[in-house]
Design a protein around this ligand. Structure first.
Ligand code: ZN
Length: 375
C-alpha cells in the first residue's frame, strides 16, 4: 500500500464497483479527478458542496483493470457543509423550512402560507434573519425547479405564462412592472415566437445622457428551448450599461427579427405615452442583419460596431490578409487610438493617415479591408 501524507481512513472494501458507488452517493461526494498511478488509476472524490462551504471531506479509491478486483475506499476529514452557514441569500434554517414545506405542498405554485409560518416560527431572536419576500420567492423557485424540472416546457406554455403575467403597457403601468409590446406564437412553428418585454423605468433610460446610442446584441446564453434573446441597452457617461428591454425570438437572428425589435421598442414607447425615440447611432457586433434592420427602421442612425467585436474581427482579418505577426499588436493599438477621435472629421483624417501608413508598409490588402468595413 502507498504511504499517505494525509490521515486517510479505510471506509470499506467492495467486490463490485456498483456497491462502492452507492456509498459515494450516501457520502455526498462527486468525482474530482483521476490519475494514472503505479497501483492503478487513482480516483479522487470531494464533497459536492466543497466550493460553497470549503468543505474538507474527500475520498479516493483505486481502479485497476484486473478481474475480480477489490476496491478499497478511503476517506479524509469530515463534512462541515452540513452545519456551515450560507454566505448569500437565505440562511440554513430558512432553507430547511422551505424544503420541508415544499415537500409537503408539492406542485403548488406560490410560496405556501405554511412555508412562511414555518419561517417565522423558527425565527428566534438572533437565530435567523427574516427572509425578504424576494429571497423567499427565489428560494421557492429554485426548490421547485429541483423537484419538478423547469416550469415551462413548451412554446404554448411560454405563451400562456407571458400573456397571463405581463400585460400590454399603458401610461398607467407602474414604473417597475414588466410590460410587453408584442406576443406572437404559433405552436406548430417554434421559430414564429416573438415577444418584447420592458418596463416604464427601463424605457426612460433612452431619455438620459448617452441614451441616443442604442446598443443591440443577441445572446445565446439565455437560450431556452432553442429560443434566442436579443437585448437592447444604452450606456451612460461612466460607460455603465443600462438595459432598455429584451426580446425573445425563435432560433435565428434575422433582419426581420431586428426590424420587429426596433418596432416593438417604438410600440412600447407609444403605449406608455413616452416621446418618440430616434437614436443617433446603433451599436452592435456588426452583424449584417442588424445593420440592414437599422437602415430600415432608424434610417438616420449611424451603425457602430462595438469596439470589442470589431477588434475580434480585425484580428481574424489580419491573419487572412497577411499582416506579419509582429506587426499585429501595434495595429490594434493604432486602432484603439483612432477610436478616441473626438469628432467624425478628426476620425476620418486620422484614419486616412493610418491607412496610408499601412499601405506604405506593404499591408495593402489589410488597409483596403479596413477602409471598406470600418471607415
Ligand atoms: Zn461536505
Amino acid at each position: 500500500m502507498p504511504r499517505f501524507k494525509k490521515n486517510w481512513r479505510l471506509v470499506d472494501k467492495f467486490n463490485c464497483f456498483e456497491d462502492l458507488k452507492k456509498v459515494l452517493e450516501e457520502k455526498k461526494v462527486h468525482k474530482r479527478s483521476s490519475k494514472k498511478q503505479k497501483y492503478g488509476e487513482k480516483v479522487e472524490y470531494e464533497c459536492k458542496q466543497k466550493r460553497q462551504f470549503k468543505c474538507p471531506f474527500e475520498m479516493f479509491t483505486y481502479v485497476g483493470d484486473g478481474e475480480g478486483e477489490m476496491y478499497e475506499l478511503y476517506e479524509y476529514e469530515a463534512h462541515n457543509c452540513e452545519t456551515a452557514e450560507y454566505k448569500r441569500s437565505l440562511k440554513r434554517a430558512a432553507r430547511e423550512m422551505i424544503d420541508m414545506a415544499m415537500e409537503v405542498r408539492r406542485g403548488v405554485g406560490d410560496i405556501s402560507p405554511l412555508a412562511q409560518q414555518l419561517a417565522f416560527a423558527r425565527e428566534g431572536p438572533g437565530l435567523v434573519a427574516a427572509p425578504t419576500p424576494k429571497q423567499m420567492y427565489n428560494a421557492v423557485a429554485y426548490k421547485k425547479r429541483k423537484l419538478e424540472g423547469p416550469p415551462i416546457r413548451t412554446i404554448g406554455a411560454l405563451f400562456e405564462e407571458i400573456s397571463s403575467r405581463f400585460p400590454e403597457g399603458s401610461a398607467a403601468s407602474p414604473p417597475d412592472s414588466v410590460i410587453r409590446a408584442r406576443l406572437d406564437c404559433d405552436p406548430d412553428n417554434p421559430n414564429a415566437f416573438y415577444t418584447f418585454l420592458t418596463t416604464q423605468r427601463l424605457l426612460q433610460n433612452l431619455g438620459k445622457p448617452g441614451g441616443d446610442v442604442l446598443q443591440v446584441d443577441g445572446t445565446y446564453k439565455l437560450m431556452y428551448e432553442e429560443n434566442t434573446v436579443l437585448t437592447l441597452g444604452v450606456s451612460d457617461r461612466h460607460r455603465r450599461l443600462h438595459p432598455v428591454g429584451i426580446t425573445i425570438i425563435g432560433q435565428t437572428e434575422s433582419t426581420t427579427a431586428y426590424v420587429k425589435l426596433f418596432e416593438c421598442l417604438k410600440e412600447a414607447l407609444r403605449q406608455s405615452g413616452l416621446p418618440e425615440y430616434r437614436p443617433s447611432a446603433v451599436m452592435s457586433d456588426g452583424d449584417p442583419s442588424i445593420t440592414r434592420a437599422v437602415s430600415k427602421v432608424f434610417s438616420t442612425a449611424l451603425c457602430l460596431t462595438c469596439f470589442f467585436h470589431m477588434k475580434k474581427q480585425v484580428k481574424v482579418q489580419m491573419m487572412n490578409k497577411g499582416v506579419p505577426k509582429e506587426r499585429r499588436s501595434k495595429i490594434l493599438k493604432e486602432i484603439s487610438l483612432l477610436q478616441l477621435s473626438p469628432t467624425v472629421p478628426v476620425f476620418l483624417l486620422a484614419a486616412k493617415k493610418l491607412l496610408k501608413q499601412w499601405r506604405t508598409e506593404g499591408m495593402t490588402r489589410f488597409s483596403h479591408y479596413f477602409r471598406r468595413i470600418w471607415i
